[in-house]
Design a protein around this ligand. Structure first.
Ligand SMILES: [Zn+2]
Length: 483
C-alpha cells in the first residue's frame, strides 16, 4: 500500500539528499591496507566526525614509551557516560606490535558500526544503543613501527615487545599467584589485596590497568596473531611441574561459551579440517577452535587473567591467524571472516543476567555489593547440581550489576555490609540478540544488635532449605531468556 503524502515524500527526499551530501563530505571509508600510527588516529577521527552522536575519541592516561597516544574510540548511544544497567565491553588489539591484523579489523569494525548505524540497520542500532563499546586498535604502536620498519613478517619476534623491550602480555600484575596460593579465600577484585607492585609496569600496561579499573567492563577480547584459536582463562599454569595442564577457572563453562561464540562464527577457526599453524595435522579446529590458555602454554602476568581476577570483566585472547603480519591484500578477506564473530562477541555483554541492588528503605543503589552464584541446574529428573561458582562479581556505581552465565538454573546471593543478604533462584535460558533480563535485589539494613558480627553469618541456605523452597522465586523472578 502506498499512502505517503507529497510532503512526507519531499521530506524523505530532502533527508536522503542531506545524508548523501554528508556522506560525500565526510565518509570515513576505511581502506583495506596497513595504517601507520598517524593514519590510525586519522581514521578514528574521521569515524568520529562521521558519527559524532554515537562515538567519542579519547586517549588513555599515558602515551607509549615513544610518546604516541593510545587512542580509544567509544561507540554507544550516549558516549562519554556510563548508563545505568548498560553493559560495557572492550576490544584491544596490537598489544604485540608485530601482530597487526586485529588493529586493522578494529578500524573496520568501528567504521562498520558507524555506517550501519546511520544507514538505519536495526540490529546494529539495537546493539550500539544498548552497549557501551570501547575499541583500542593499538596498545603497542611503538612495537608496530619496529615490526613494520624491520620488514613485515620477516621475523616472528621483532616488534612484539614495546620500545623498552618488554612483552606487555607478561607485564601485568600476576594475580594468578594469589588465586593459586594455598589457603587463599578471595576470589575477585584481587588488586584490593596488592599494596605495591613487584615491578614497575610499562606506560602502556599502566594505561590499560587504569582503563580496566575505571570502567565496569563485562566482557572483552584481546586480539593477537600467530595461530587461529580463541584462548580462555586461566592462562597461567597452576603447576610448574606440569606446565600444560588445563587450569580450570570457576567460570570455565561461561568462558568456553564465550570462546566458542567467536570460533563458531568464524568460517575457519572451528573447522576440524583446517591445517594447524605449527604442524598441519594439529589444528585447534579439532577442538572447536578454542583452548584453555594454560593447556596450550603458560602465561604469567598476562592481560586476560588480570581482567578476570582484578575486575568484573571476562576476557579472552583471540589468535586471528597463522600469519602475524598478513599482506595488505589479505585484510579484506580477514575482515569478512571475522566480522560476524566480532559482532556476536559484542552481544555477549548481554548474556547472563543483570539488575540493580538497591537499599529497600531509601531506594538508593548499593555499589560494591557482592554477587555470588551457585549453579543448581537439574542433572536428572530429581537431582540438581549444587556447585558454587567461586568467582563473585560486584555491583558498580549505582548498584547495577551484570553476571554472564550459560543457560541453567542458579541461586544468586547478594550481600553488602550492614544489610541482610538476599538470595533468589533464577532460570537462565538461551536467547539471541536481546538485552539481559533484569533481576533486582532490594536489601534491608540489619537490625543493630550490639553483638552482631557482620561477617559471621550462617550459610544462607543448606540442602534442606533448598528442598523446602518449592522454587517460589522461580515464579517471582523474570524468566531468563537469553544467549
Ligand atoms: Zn600475541
Amino acid at each position: 500500500m502506498v499512502a505517503i503524502t507529497w510532503t512526507s515524500n519531499l521530506s524523505l527526499l530532502l533527508q536522503g539528499l542531506s545524508v548523501a551530501l554528508v556522506a560525500s563530505l565526510t565518509s570515513a571509508a576505511v581502506e583495506f591496507k596497513h595504517h601507520n600510527n598517524t593514519e590510525l588516529a586519522e581514521v578514528l577521527q574521521r569515524i568520529h566526525n562521521r558519527c559524532p552522536d554515537i562515538t567519542r575519541l579519547y586517549t588513555l592516561s599515558e602515551t607509549s614509551v615513544n610518546g604516541i597516544p593510545l587512542y580509544v574510540l567509544e561507540i554507544t548511544d550516549n558516549p562519554g557516560k556510563h548508563e545505568l544497567m548498560e553493559p560495557e565491553m572492550k576490544f584491544i588489539a596490537n598489544m604485540h606490535g608485530n601482530e597487526v591484523l586485529g588493529r586493522e579489523l578494529l578500524l573496520h569494525l568501528a567504521d562498520y558500526l558507524c555506517e550501519e548505524y546511520i544507514g538505519g540497520n536495526q540490529e546494529i542500532r539495537k546493539l550500539v544503543d544498548s552497549t557501551r563499546i570501547h575499541v583500542l586498535p593499538s596498545m603497542n604502536p611503538d612495537g608496530w613501527k619496529i615490526a613494520t620498519d624491520s620488514g613485515p613478517g620477516k621475523d616472528f619476534l621483532i616488534g612484539r615487545s614495546n620500545a623498552n623491550n618488554v612483552d606487555l602480555n607478561r607485564d601485568f600484575p600476576d594475580l594468578d599467584k594469589i588465586i593459586y596460593s594455598p589457603g587463599n579465600e578471595f576470589n575477585n577484585h584481587l588488586m584490593d589485596l596488592v599494596d605495591h607492585l613487584d615491578h614497575r609496569v610499562q606506560p602502556e600496561t599502566e594505561s590499560v590497568m587504569k582503563l580496566i579499573m575505571e570502567h565496569p567492563f563485562v566482557v572483552s577480547a584481546n586480539l593477537h596473531g600467530g595461530d587461529l584459536v580463541a584462548n580462555y582463562p586461566f592462562d597461567e599454569s597452576r603447576n610448574v611441574m606440569n606446565p600444560t595442564e588445563y587450569s580450570v577457572s570457576p567460570d570455565d563453562e561461561t568462558f568456553r561459551f564465550i570462546a566458542q561464540t567467536y570460533s563458531t562464527n568464524h568460517p575457519r577457526m572451528a573447522d576440524p579440517q583446517a591445517k594447524g599453524c605449527d604442524r598441519p595435522e594439529s589444528s585447534f579446529g579439532k577442538q572447536g577452535g578454542i583452548t584453555n590458555g594454560a593447556a596450550w602454554y603458560s602465561v604469567a602476568g598476562g592481560m586476560q587473567d588480570f581482567n578476570y581476577l582484578s575486575s568484573n570483566d571476562f576476557e579472552i585472547t583471540l589468535e586471528l591467524g597463522c600469519d602475524k603480519y598478513p599482506p595488505a591484500s589479505q585484510i579484506k578477506f580477514e575482515w569478512d571472516d571475522n566480522k560476524q564473530s566480532l559482532l556476536e562477541f559484542i552481544w555477549l555483554s548481554h548474556a547472563g543476567l543483570k539488575g540493580l541492588v538497591i537499599d529497600g528503605q531509601t531506594g538508593h543503589g548499593i555499589p560494591n555489593a557482592n554477587i555470588h552464584v551457585r549453579n543448581i541446574t537439574r542433572v536428572g529428573k530429581y537431582e540438581r547440581r549444587s556447585t558454587d561458582i567461586d568467582h563473585d562479581i560486584r555491583s558498580v556505581h549505582n548498584g547495577d550489576y551484570w553476571r554472564l552465565l550459560t543457560p541453567g538454573e542458579y541461586e544468586i546471593t547478594v550481600e553488602a555490609p550492614g544489610y541482610a543478604p538476599q538470595s533468589k533462584l533464577v532460570e537462565v535460558d538461551r536467547h539471541v540478540h536481546e538485552e539481559a533480563p533484569i533481576l533486582n535485589f532490594e536489601l534491608f539494613p540489619l537490625p543493630a544488635t550490639p553483638d552482631y558480627l557482620p561477617y559471621d553469618v550462617s550459610p544462607l541456605m543448606d540442602e534442606s532449605d533448598m528442598a523446602n523452597m518449592n522454587y517460589n522465586y522461580m515464579e517471582e523472578a523474570p524468566r531468563m531468556d537469553y544467549f
